[in-house]
Design a protein around this ligand. Structure first.
Ligand code: PLP
Length: 392
């Protein structure tokens, strides 16, 4: 039996059959089980922030696995404490931290905080955006603005109201005394790396303030350097009430975090929330290594510089299939003039470049934050050739 046949025989069908089986990686490169080498511009979907097999993560995890793997939440531990302190320091706001294992779980925590915030005044509604993505658990799914993903699983928790992303007037009309929280991504990630109009986050903040609603910013994909800032909200000078993180935080180890600022951080009392594995010492040690390396190696500057180089190189591609380039930092989408992103993804893979058809007409690039200009220059001709092959 082939690898794919074995996979199909035992795995649930929720992902379809992945077209590739990866064996190992080093930096921005990965190798499949047949030994083919690829430049990885998917980065585990914006997760492998330091690339593959980074020595800082290898050392941190190796050290921790031999020292203490798990404690449960019945004991404190050094990696968790240091990581929480560091995240609060980086957010530069008085906040409390809850550790989860994933983005969806970080958002579940945020939604429960919103419930408690709204409780006294009977506010139960969450306002979210069409085309947003907040995760697959029932709570996170209930605020995910993709009807095709949501509707098969109705009934979902509610009430939830959706408005168009970036539409300030619609948001103002939707948010009121019934609103417990607004949940928003700084840029739509799964929605296709869609950047909102300038000032949108500031407007959302003002609308939440007027209505007394919490502002939950989902930085699961945008956070921890992806845009060239620790938090995308910081680029806009916006103070969130709740921030959720996951993806790049652990550099590939599973960890999510929910940071609640000021009064929002005081809402949970003992017993209100929990997770057996959340804040596991190994995941926390990996996340600390990620944060330390981003700071020590000046990776935020690298993201800005190499991200601009990438955007310029993508912008110069002359192809009838390319309609434009959007995004920020090392988080870009190539918008296509036809819904042929899956074909381009496959053609690029055939040329040793991994990119992601995030939408039928958009390719997402979310490479490791350690990417170099030389690696961009290596990738672009492969993408150009893939576009030529598909346009032919
Ligand atoms: N929030 C955002 C913005 C995301 O992009 C994702 C995943 O793509 C999630 C939440 C869900 O994260 P996870 O898959 O770790 O549950």
């Amino acid at each position: 039996m082939t690898y794919q046949q074995r996979w199909d025989a035992v795995m649930m069908r929720n992902y379809g059959t992945p077209p590739i089986a990866l064996d190992h990686g080093q930096g921005v490169r990965v190798w499949d089980t047949d030994g083919h080498e690829y430049l990885d511009f998917v980065g585990g979907i914006a997760v492998s922030s330091l690339g593959h097999a980074h020595p800082a993560i290898v050392a941190a995890v190796t050290e921790q696995v031999g020292r203490l793997v798990h404690t449960s939440n019945l004991a404190m531990h050094e990696p968790g404490l240091r990581l929480a302190e560091r995240l609060v320091e980086l957010l530069a706001l008085p906040a409390r931290v809850f550790f989860a294992n994933s983005g969806a779980e970080a958002n579940e925590c945020a939604l429960k905080i919103a419930r408690l915030h709204g409780r006294a005044e009977g506010r139960t509604e969450i306002v979210s955006c069409h085309d947003s993505f907040h995760g697959r658990t029932l709570g996170a799914l209930s605020v995910t603005g993709n009807a095709a993903k949501r509707e098969p699983f109705a009934p979902l928790p509610g009430p939830v109201t959706f408005v168009d992303y970036g539409d300030v007037a619609a948001l103002r009309a939707a948010v009121g005394p019934q609103t417990a929280a607004v949940i928003v991504e700084p840029t739509l990630g799964e929605g296709g790396v869609v950047v909102p109009p300038v000032g949108f986050l500031r407007d959302v903040r003002a609308i939440c303030d007027e209505a007394g609603a919490l502002l939950v910013v989902d930085e699961v994909q945008s956070g921890i350097g992806r845009t060239g800032h620790w938090f995308a909200t910081q680029a806009e000078g916006v103070r969130p009430d709740v921030v959720t993180l996951a993806k790049g935080l652990g550099g590939g180890l599973p960890i999510g975090a929910c940071l609640a600022v000021g009064d929002a951080g005081e809402l949970f009392g003992p017993g209100d929330h929990g997770s057996t594995f959340g804040g596991n010492p190994i995941a926390c040690a990996a996340a600390l290594a990620v944060l330390t390396t981003i700071a020590d190696d000046h990776l935020l500057d690298n993201v800005k510089r190499v991200g601009e180089h990438l955007a310029q190189a993508l912008g110069q591609i002359d192809s009838p299939l390319v309609r434009g380039v959007r995004g920020s930092g090392l988080w870009r989408a190539v918008a296509l003039s036809e819904p042929r992103a899956a074909e381009v993804e496959a053609a690029a893979r055939g040329r040793g470049l991994l990119v992601n058809a995030v939408k039928p007409d958009a390719l997402r690039l979310a490479p490791p934050l350690v990417l170099t200009e030389a690696e961009v220059d290596d990738a672009i001709p492969r993408l150009v050739a893939a576009l030529e092959e598909v346009a032919r």
